[in-house]
Design a protein around this ligand. Structure first.
Ligand code: MG
Length: 396
């Protein structure tokens, strides 16, 4: 089998990748909802792939893997990798999880990062309110993640909370020390949320990046009695193009609260420092940023050897990404916690991506399905009305 074409269309806000072969089998991958600007980068890889046998996934990936970088620049390589596994599975007549070593679980736990209710304000009571709504949501999530601190924009609402002036630009530019009021405010919000969840639903907190080490230590220690599942990206993280594992190592040695990072990191090599230095307790690579699903599985195994857990990021991965997460999640080692459940946005995505369970999430889990490849069908007629003019040949 040979690759004859690599196509990319923007559908909704997602770049969608289609790898076409000379045997009538094609494979799909998807880039996050937040990255429509990456289509030109995807097409850059086309010349490297034409003529390769896509069922030799690793040999094909060796041609492009070095041509990516930390979030957002690993997405094209990652989505192509997922599309290659889709083809390899369809060609073999097997679900992708079989090609990744087979499943060790029949249902995959997810955590809630995407099912949201608007905050009425910014008080601890407002955070408690949205937490009650998420706890009652039909998916029955067993873990809910909430953005707080720099990640949640909490210090934008008063100049008394952090010493640096708030910058309202995208992609988390803020960083620096908090005032005592700021730290107490964040802690009060977490206490209010835990009051609602009790010990029935786990609470994870996406915090930064941008905290100073002393503030991060104070927060993590103050929250120790609350048993939160993890504190994410306190120091570096989302859209930070470096890791600084030594800082994280200092933080985790000073607290029993689990510390998490890694959604922006590209490739196994860039996880070496965090993992080998035992610098965090949980890592959260996103299969659509890290280099794909076999890359994610490899990192999970290596983390497991070092006593580190894994909770893959995925909020914006879309429904093709959801299918990829379920395939790899089924085959993850036992250090797996849950992946971040993405929803179809807009909802017409559920007409395009067919074959998902209905409802998708039951009691906080997704049942693993057994159809070949990613195990989903793309309904071309449902997708066609959403194609842009310049993408009209996407399904040709
Ligand atoms: Mg995050």
């Amino acid at each position: 089998m040979k690759i004859t074409d690599l196509k990319c269309a923007i559908i909704g806000n997602h770049p969608v990748i289609r790898v076409v072969t000379d045997e009538g089998i094609d494979g799909y991958g998807q880039i996050q909802l937040t990255k429509p600007y990456l289509k030109p980068q995807v097409l850059f890889y086309k010349d490297f792939l034409i003529g390769e046998d896509p069922t030799n996934v690793e040999r094909t990936m060796l041609r492009i893997r070095r041509l990516g970088a930390f979030k957002p620049w690993g997405s094209g390589v990652s989505a192509i990798e997922i599309a290659l596994w889709d083809i390899a599975g369809k060609a073999a007549g097997l679900p992708v999880y079989k090609l990744l070593g087979g499943k060790i679980r029949d249902r995959v736990r997810v955590y809630n990062g995407a099912v949201r209710f608007p905050l009425a304000g910014h008080t601890p009571a407002d955070y408690a309110d949205v937490m009650a709504k998420m706890k009652a949501s039909k998916e029955g999530f067993t873990i809910i993640k909430q953005a707080i601190g720099y990640h949640g924009g909490q210090f934008a609402h008063s100049p008394d909370l952090a010493y640096n002036e708030w910058q309202s630009a995208f992609r988390f530019p803020n960083r620096g020390p908090l005032t005592e009021k700021g730290l107490k405010y964040v802690i009060a919000c977490v206490e209010a949320m835990k009051e609602v969840l009790g010990d029935e639903v786990g609470l994870a907190l996406d915090c930064g990046p941008g905290w100073t080490l002393p503030d991060a230590v104070r927060l993590a220690r103050a929250l120790e009695p609350l048993n939160v599942i993890w504190l994410e990206d306190l120091l570096t993280g989302d859209h930070t193009p470096y890791v600084i594992a030594d800082l994280y190592r200092e933080l985790i040695q000073k607290t029993s609260t689990p510390i998490h990072t890694g959604e922006e990191i590209y490739l196994r090599q860039n996880f070496m420092d965090l993992i080998e230095k035992h610098a965090v307790n949980v890592i959260g690579p996103d299969p659509e940023d890290v280099g794909g699903i076999a890359e994610l599985k490899w990192i999970a195994e290596y983390a497991d050897l070092h006593g580190i857990m894994i909770a893959p990021h995925g909020i914006f991965d879309g429904l093709i990404g959801l299918a990829a997460q379920v395939q790899v999640g089924a085959a993850m080692p036992q250090n797996y916690i849950a992946f971040e459940y993405p929803i179809g946005q807009p909802s017409w995505w559920y007409d395009i991506v067919q074959g998902l369970p209905n409802p998708v999430v039951k009691n906080g889990f997704i049942d693993v399905w057994d159809k070949p490849g990613l195990g989903i069908e793309i309904n071309v007629e449902a997708a066609r009305p959403h194609l842009r003019d310049e993408d009209s040949g996407f399904f040709a």
